[in-house]
Design a binder for this molecule. Structure first.
Ligand code: DGL
Length: 267
């Protein structure tokens, strides 16, 4: 019996704002057949200043929405802060659902570093997490690791505030240059959106590590796209924002280049 083309797998994705678009743009390139629902939880930005308990409650509500109202069968937590503090609780609450998270690329950074001088730039909440501590314990012995917070940068990226972005990137890079690091982990999904500014300030000898490719490989491994998928065409993309829609709309046009109308969420 010919079953005809199957329904495209539906992936739910969320972040505190537009940062997750740095992962979503790769996902759309690598797995274009998949349908995706994305929540920009910008009403609650920044996640980096929230408590772990608050993050678990909020990320559970977003996950429930993606699974029950959007029909996602896999959830991609496109936020380092949310991953480090909530993915264990999400997996425990929905044991049958595959979850993929984003973590600072400590291991690839150490493998890449020529002189063993690595920095992780991330939110305070990520830098203070037990998960980062265990990544460092597991992989960090062969390098000198510098943990560099960058307060305000995720907010500035979300707001598209170029002057604030430049000032904050300058400030962080001055410290990274003084510390003579040769490899920098972009440990917040907002930061790859301004990677070229970091690259300009740090110079060509410093390698920037972004884990979006590895994250997409993990999604692909958990969610093999059906072999008849090319016949399905491009999967639908829906994007909702829990706070102001305009900035998210601008970011979607700029970073994804897809004609999607961002919808106001009631979450
Ligand atoms: N984009 C997020 C991350 O990867 C968090 C930014 C924030 O809301 O503080 O950590």
């Amino acid at each position: 019996m010919n079953a005809g083309p199957s329904t495209p797998p539906h992936i739910g994705v969320f972040d505190s704002g537009i940062g997750g678009l740095s992962v979503l743009r790769r996902l759309r390139r690598e797995m274009p057949q998949c349908a995706v629902s994305y929540i920009a939880d910008n009403r609650h930005l920044p996640y980096g200043a929230k408590t772990p308990a608050w993050l678990v409650e909020r990320c559970s509500a977003l996950t429930q929405h993606l699974l029950e109202r959007r029909g996602a069968i896999l959830v991609l937590v496109a936020c380092n802060t949310a991953t480090t503090h909530t993915i264990g609780a999400l997996r425990a609450r929905w044991p049958g659902v595959p979850f993929v998270g984003v973590e600072p690329g400590v291991k690839p950074a150490i493998a890449t570093s020529r002189r063993g001088r690595v920095a992780v730039i991330a939110t305070e909440a990520t830098l203070q997490s037990a998960r980062l501590r265990s990544l460092i314990d597991e992989h960090g012995r062969r390098a000198e690791l510098r943990l560099q917070p960058c307060p305000g940068l995720a907010d500035a990226v979300d707001a598209g505030d170029d002057a604030a972005i430049d000032a904050l990137v300058d400030e962080a890079c001055a410290e990274l240059v003084a510390a003579e690091v040769d490899t920098v982990v972009l440990g917040c999904t907002h930061y790859p959106l301004v990677a070229e500014r970091f690259a300009r300030r740090l110079g060509p000898d410093v390698v920037l590590i972004d884990t979006a490719d590895a994250v997409c490989r993990r999604v692909r491994a958990l969610l093999p796209v059906a072999s008849d998928a090319p016949a399905l065409g491009r999967g639908a993309l829906s994007i909702e924002a829990t706070g102001p829609v305009e900035g998210v709309q601008r970011a979607v046009e700029r970073w994804l280049g897809e004609a999607v109308q961002v919808v106001q969420s009631d979450l």
